[in-house]
Design a protein around this ligand. Structure first.
Ligand code: SIN
Length: 313
Protein backbone atom coordinates (compact mmCIF):
# COMPACT_ATOMS: atom_id res chain seq x y z
CA UNK A 1 0.00 0.00 0.00
CA UNK A 2 1.52 3.32 -1.04
CA UNK A 3 0.69 6.04 1.45
CA UNK A 4 3.45 8.56 0.73
CA UNK A 5 3.09 11.80 -1.22
CA UNK A 6 5.63 14.20 -2.67
CA UNK A 7 5.37 17.97 -2.77
CA UNK A 8 8.28 19.40 -4.71
CA UNK A 9 11.30 17.32 -3.68
CA UNK A 10 9.95 16.41 -0.26
CA UNK A 11 8.38 13.05 0.38
CA UNK A 12 5.81 12.88 3.18
CA UNK A 13 5.40 9.35 4.55
CA UNK A 14 1.64 9.65 4.44
CA UNK A 15 -0.95 12.20 3.39
CA UNK A 16 -1.97 13.24 6.89
CA UNK A 17 -0.61 16.44 8.46
CA UNK A 18 -1.56 18.20 11.67
CA UNK A 19 -2.75 21.76 11.12
CA UNK A 20 -1.11 24.97 12.22
CA UNK A 21 -2.14 26.25 15.62
CA UNK A 22 -3.50 22.91 16.80
CA UNK A 23 -0.26 21.09 17.60
CA UNK A 24 1.94 23.82 19.09
CA UNK A 25 5.43 23.79 17.62
CA UNK A 26 5.45 20.00 17.43
CA UNK A 27 7.60 19.58 20.55
CA UNK A 28 4.83 19.52 23.17
CA UNK A 29 2.95 16.34 22.32
CA UNK A 30 5.53 13.59 21.64
CA UNK A 31 4.83 12.02 25.07
CA UNK A 32 1.20 11.63 24.06
CA UNK A 33 1.52 10.93 20.36
CA UNK A 34 4.14 9.26 18.18
CA UNK A 35 4.51 12.12 15.72
CA UNK A 36 6.75 9.94 13.54
CA UNK A 37 3.53 8.25 12.36
CA UNK A 38 2.31 11.51 10.82
CA UNK A 39 3.12 12.72 7.34
CA UNK A 40 4.11 16.02 8.89
CA UNK A 41 3.55 18.68 11.48
CA UNK A 42 2.60 22.21 10.46
CA UNK A 43 3.86 24.60 13.12
CA UNK A 44 1.97 27.37 14.79
CA UNK A 45 2.26 30.55 12.71
CA UNK A 46 5.68 32.16 13.15
CA UNK A 47 6.32 35.87 12.81
CA UNK A 48 9.55 37.88 12.96
CA UNK A 49 9.00 39.19 16.49
CA UNK A 50 7.18 37.38 19.33
CA UNK A 51 3.47 38.25 19.48
CA UNK A 52 1.20 38.21 22.54
CA UNK A 53 -1.90 37.84 20.41
CA UNK A 54 -5.38 39.18 21.13
CA UNK A 55 -6.87 39.87 24.57
CA UNK A 56 -8.88 37.18 26.37
CA UNK A 57 -11.36 35.62 25.99
CA UNK A 58 -10.09 34.40 22.68
CA UNK A 59 -11.60 30.92 22.37
CA UNK A 60 -15.17 29.74 22.76
CA UNK A 61 -16.99 26.56 21.90
CA UNK A 62 -19.98 26.64 19.54
CA UNK A 63 -22.30 23.94 18.18
CA UNK A 64 -20.02 21.52 16.29
CA UNK A 65 -17.18 23.98 16.24
CA UNK A 66 -14.74 26.27 17.93
CA UNK A 67 -14.42 30.01 17.54
CA UNK A 68 -10.93 31.42 18.05
CA UNK A 69 -9.31 34.80 17.93
CA UNK A 70 -5.79 34.03 19.06
CA UNK A 71 -4.28 36.81 16.98
CA UNK A 72 -1.20 34.86 15.89
CA UNK A 73 0.38 34.66 19.35
CA UNK A 74 3.79 33.02 18.97
CA UNK A 75 7.35 33.01 20.31
CA UNK A 76 8.89 34.54 17.19
CA UNK A 77 11.02 32.85 14.59
CA UNK A 78 14.40 33.26 16.35
CA UNK A 79 13.23 31.51 19.51
CA UNK A 80 11.58 28.82 17.42
CA UNK A 81 14.89 28.12 15.71
CA UNK A 82 16.94 28.17 18.93
CA UNK A 83 14.55 26.40 21.34
CA UNK A 84 12.04 24.30 19.39
CA UNK A 85 13.66 23.07 16.20
CA UNK A 86 16.52 21.17 17.91
CA UNK A 87 14.02 19.08 19.89
CA UNK A 88 12.33 17.99 16.66
CA UNK A 89 15.53 16.53 15.19
CA UNK A 90 14.86 13.12 16.68
CA UNK A 91 11.45 12.67 15.08
CA UNK A 92 11.04 11.06 11.71
CA UNK A 93 8.40 13.34 10.27
CA UNK A 94 8.38 16.41 8.07
CA UNK A 95 8.22 19.87 9.57
CA UNK A 96 6.28 22.49 7.65
CA UNK A 97 6.82 25.96 9.07
CA UNK A 98 3.74 28.16 8.93
CA UNK A 99 4.59 31.85 8.49
CA UNK A 100 2.40 34.85 9.28
CA UNK A 101 3.42 38.46 8.75
CA UNK A 102 2.22 42.05 8.62
CA UNK A 103 4.15 42.95 5.48
CA UNK A 104 5.59 41.30 2.39
CA UNK A 105 9.04 42.12 3.71
CA UNK A 106 8.36 40.32 6.99
CA UNK A 107 7.18 37.18 5.17
CA UNK A 108 10.42 37.20 3.18
CA UNK A 109 12.68 37.70 6.19
CA UNK A 110 11.03 34.98 8.27
CA UNK A 111 11.13 32.57 5.34
CA UNK A 112 14.82 33.26 4.69
CA UNK A 113 15.71 32.51 8.32
CA UNK A 114 13.78 29.25 8.26
CA UNK A 115 14.95 28.23 4.80
CA UNK A 116 18.48 28.02 6.17
CA UNK A 117 17.37 25.36 8.68
CA UNK A 118 17.82 21.80 7.48
CA UNK A 119 15.08 20.52 9.80
CA UNK A 120 12.45 22.76 8.16
CA UNK A 121 11.22 20.83 5.15
CA UNK A 122 8.70 23.25 3.71
CA UNK A 123 6.51 26.29 4.24
CA UNK A 124 2.85 27.03 4.65
CA UNK A 125 2.13 30.73 4.22
CA UNK A 126 -0.72 32.09 6.28
CA UNK A 127 -2.47 34.77 4.24
CA UNK A 128 -5.80 33.93 5.79
CA UNK A 129 -5.96 34.64 9.54
CA UNK A 130 -9.27 36.44 10.19
CA UNK A 131 -8.15 37.77 13.60
CA UNK A 132 -5.57 40.47 12.88
CA UNK A 133 -5.86 43.99 11.47
CA UNK A 134 -2.58 43.88 9.53
CA UNK A 135 -1.75 40.93 7.30
CA UNK A 136 -4.13 37.99 7.52
CA UNK A 137 -7.33 38.58 5.62
CA UNK A 138 -6.28 42.01 4.37
CA UNK A 139 -3.70 40.10 2.29
CA UNK A 140 -5.66 36.93 1.70
CA UNK A 141 -8.71 38.59 0.17
CA UNK A 142 -6.62 40.62 -2.31
CA UNK A 143 -5.62 38.43 -5.21
CA UNK A 144 -2.85 40.82 -6.33
CA UNK A 145 -1.23 40.70 -2.89
CA UNK A 146 -1.50 36.92 -2.72
CA UNK A 147 0.25 36.80 -6.13
CA UNK A 148 2.98 39.16 -4.98
CA UNK A 149 3.64 37.28 -1.74
CA UNK A 150 3.82 33.97 -3.60
CA UNK A 151 6.15 35.42 -6.21
CA UNK A 152 8.51 36.97 -3.65
CA UNK A 153 8.66 33.83 -1.51
CA UNK A 154 9.12 31.54 -4.50
CA UNK A 155 12.30 33.44 -5.37
CA UNK A 156 13.64 32.74 -1.88
CA UNK A 157 13.17 29.01 -1.45
CA UNK A 158 13.35 25.75 -3.33
CA UNK A 159 11.56 23.94 -0.51
CA UNK A 160 7.82 23.21 -0.88
CA UNK A 161 5.81 26.43 -0.79
CA UNK A 162 2.19 26.01 0.24
CA UNK A 163 -0.19 28.98 0.44
CA UNK A 164 -3.01 28.66 3.01
CA UNK A 165 -6.17 30.26 1.66
CA UNK A 166 -9.23 31.77 3.27
CA UNK A 167 -12.78 30.67 2.53
CA UNK A 168 -13.94 34.23 3.26
CA UNK A 169 -13.96 35.20 -0.43
CA UNK A 170 -16.44 34.62 -3.24
CA UNK A 171 -14.26 32.40 -5.45
CA UNK A 172 -11.34 30.72 -3.70
CA UNK A 173 -10.27 29.16 -7.01
CA UNK A 174 -9.25 32.60 -8.29
CA UNK A 175 -6.71 32.81 -5.43
CA UNK A 176 -5.47 29.27 -5.99
CA UNK A 177 -4.90 30.06 -9.67
CA UNK A 178 -2.85 33.11 -8.72
CA UNK A 179 -0.69 31.02 -6.37
CA UNK A 180 -0.17 28.40 -9.06
CA UNK A 181 0.77 31.03 -11.62
CA UNK A 182 3.46 32.42 -9.29
CA UNK A 183 5.03 29.05 -8.62
CA UNK A 184 3.43 27.75 -5.40
CA UNK A 185 3.83 24.01 -5.03
CA UNK A 186 0.44 23.55 -3.37
CA UNK A 187 -2.43 25.38 -1.72
CA UNK A 188 -4.04 24.43 1.58
CA UNK A 189 -7.65 25.24 2.40
CA UNK A 190 -9.67 26.23 4.21
CA UNK A 191 -8.56 28.46 7.05
CA UNK A 192 -11.36 29.37 9.45
CA UNK A 193 -14.69 30.92 8.51
CA UNK A 194 -15.46 34.30 10.11
CA UNK A 195 -17.99 33.75 12.89
CA UNK A 196 -19.47 35.18 16.06
CA UNK A 197 -21.08 34.01 19.31
CA UNK A 198 -23.04 36.06 21.87
CA UNK A 199 -23.41 35.79 25.64
CA UNK A 200 -27.12 36.53 26.04
CA UNK A 201 -26.85 37.21 29.79
CA UNK A 202 -24.25 39.94 29.39
CA UNK A 203 -25.29 40.82 25.83
CA UNK A 204 -21.63 40.78 24.82
CA UNK A 205 -19.66 38.89 22.21
CA UNK A 206 -18.20 35.69 23.65
CA UNK A 207 -14.73 36.61 22.40
CA UNK A 208 -12.99 39.93 22.94
CA UNK A 209 -12.49 40.82 19.29
CA UNK A 210 -16.26 40.33 18.59
CA UNK A 211 -15.65 38.04 15.61
CA UNK A 212 -13.29 35.10 15.28
CA UNK A 213 -12.55 32.13 13.09
CA UNK A 214 -14.87 29.12 13.16
CA UNK A 215 -13.32 25.66 12.83
CA UNK A 216 -14.33 22.07 13.53
CA UNK A 217 -17.04 19.79 12.10
CA UNK A 218 -19.38 22.76 11.50
CA UNK A 219 -17.20 23.90 8.59
CA UNK A 220 -16.53 20.55 6.91
CA UNK A 221 -19.21 20.95 4.20
CA UNK A 222 -17.85 24.44 3.38
CA UNK A 223 -14.32 23.07 3.18
CA UNK A 224 -15.35 20.21 0.90
CA UNK A 225 -17.09 22.61 -1.50
CA UNK A 226 -14.04 24.92 -1.57
CA UNK A 227 -11.70 21.98 -2.17
CA UNK A 228 -13.95 20.74 -4.98
CA UNK A 229 -13.97 24.19 -6.59
CA UNK A 230 -10.19 24.49 -6.30
CA UNK A 231 -9.18 21.05 -7.57
CA UNK A 232 -11.17 21.79 -10.70
CA UNK A 233 -9.29 25.05 -11.23
CA UNK A 234 -5.61 24.19 -10.64
CA UNK A 235 -3.14 21.38 -11.32
CA UNK A 236 -1.04 21.83 -8.17
CA UNK A 237 -1.99 19.69 -5.16
CA UNK A 238 -4.73 20.91 -2.86
CA UNK A 239 -4.42 20.13 0.85
CA UNK A 240 -7.86 19.82 2.44
CA UNK A 241 -8.51 21.27 5.90
CA UNK A 242 -11.75 21.77 7.77
CA UNK A 243 -13.56 19.74 10.39
CA UNK A 244 -11.83 16.39 9.89
CA UNK A 245 -12.32 14.31 13.03
CA UNK A 246 -12.38 10.78 11.59
CA UNK A 247 -10.89 8.73 8.77
CA UNK A 248 -14.28 8.83 7.05
CA UNK A 249 -14.04 12.63 6.92
CA UNK A 250 -10.56 12.39 5.40
CA UNK A 251 -11.79 9.89 2.80
CA UNK A 252 -14.46 12.42 1.74
CA UNK A 253 -11.75 15.02 1.14
CA UNK A 254 -9.64 12.57 -0.90
CA UNK A 255 -12.64 11.55 -3.02
CA UNK A 256 -13.41 15.23 -3.71
CA UNK A 257 -9.80 15.77 -4.81
CA UNK A 258 -7.55 16.73 -1.90
CA UNK A 259 -4.07 15.25 -2.29
CA UNK A 260 -3.34 15.56 1.43
CA UNK A 261 -5.38 16.58 4.47
CA UNK A 262 -4.71 18.38 7.72
CA UNK A 263 -6.27 17.58 11.08
CA UNK A 264 -6.98 20.73 13.09
CA UNK A 265 -9.54 21.28 15.84
CA UNK A 266 -9.86 17.52 16.51
CA UNK A 267 -6.35 17.63 18.01
CA UNK A 268 -7.73 19.59 20.97
CA UNK A 269 -9.96 16.62 21.80
CA UNK A 270 -7.47 13.89 20.92
CA UNK A 271 -3.97 14.78 19.67
CA UNK A 272 -3.65 11.26 18.24
CA UNK A 273 -6.50 11.84 15.75
CA UNK A 274 -4.02 12.16 12.85
CA UNK A 275 -2.68 8.68 13.51
CA UNK A 276 -6.12 7.03 13.68
CA UNK A 277 -7.11 8.89 10.52
CA UNK A 278 -3.98 7.64 8.69
CA UNK A 279 -4.69 4.04 9.79
CA UNK A 280 -8.36 4.29 8.83
CA UNK A 281 -7.64 5.75 5.39
CA UNK A 282 -5.14 2.94 4.73
CA UNK A 283 -7.69 0.27 5.71
CA UNK A 284 -10.42 1.89 3.61
CA UNK A 285 -8.10 1.82 0.58
CA UNK A 286 -7.15 -1.82 1.17
CA UNK A 287 -10.81 -2.83 1.55
CA UNK A 288 -11.83 -0.95 -1.59
CA UNK A 289 -9.09 -2.15 -3.94
CA UNK A 290 -6.87 0.97 -3.98
CA UNK A 291 -3.18 -0.01 -3.76
CA UNK A 292 -2.18 3.65 -3.42
CA UNK A 293 -4.09 6.30 -1.47
CA UNK A 294 -3.46 8.51 -4.50
CA UNK A 295 -5.81 6.35 -6.56
CA UNK A 296 -8.66 7.42 -4.32
CA UNK A 297 -7.99 11.10 -4.97
CA UNK A 298 -10.58 12.77 -7.18
CA UNK A 299 -12.76 9.75 -7.69
CA UNK A 300 -15.97 11.74 -7.10
CA UNK A 301 -18.73 11.05 -9.59
CA UNK A 302 -20.65 14.23 -10.42
CA UNK A 303 -22.95 15.45 -13.12
CA UNK A 304 -20.98 18.48 -14.24
CA UNK A 305 -23.79 19.84 -16.38
CA UNK A 306 -26.03 20.40 -13.38
CA UNK A 307 -23.31 21.12 -10.80
CA UNK A 308 -23.53 24.77 -9.69
CA UNK A 309 -19.88 25.07 -8.68
CA UNK A 310 -18.69 23.72 -12.06
CA UNK A 311 -20.56 26.57 -13.78
CA UNK A 312 -18.30 29.11 -12.00
CA UNK A 313 -15.08 27.63 -13.35
C1 SIN B 1 -5.12 33.10 15.11
O1 SIN B 1 -3.96 33.09 15.54
O2 SIN B 1 -5.90 34.04 15.36
C2 SIN B 1 -5.60 31.98 14.26
C3 SIN B 1 -4.71 31.70 13.13
C4 SIN B 1 -5.40 31.67 11.81
O3 SIN B 1 -6.61 31.62 11.73
O4 SIN B 1 -4.72 31.70 10.78
Amino acid sequence: MIESFKIGDVEFKNRILVASGTFGYGDEVPDLVDISKLGGVVTKSLSMKPRDGNPNPRITETASGMLNSIGLANIGVQKYISDKLPVLKKYDTKIVANIAASSVDEYCKVLELLDAQQRVHGFEINVSCPNVKEGGLSFGTDVKLVSLITKELRQRTRKPLIIKLTPNVTHISEFARACEAEGADAVSLINTVIGMAVNIHKRTPKIATTTGGLSGPAIKPIALAKVYETVNAVKIPVIGIGGIVSWEDAVEFFIVGASMVQIGTANFINPATGITVAEGVKKYCENNGFDDVGRLVRTLQTNKTISIVDSWL
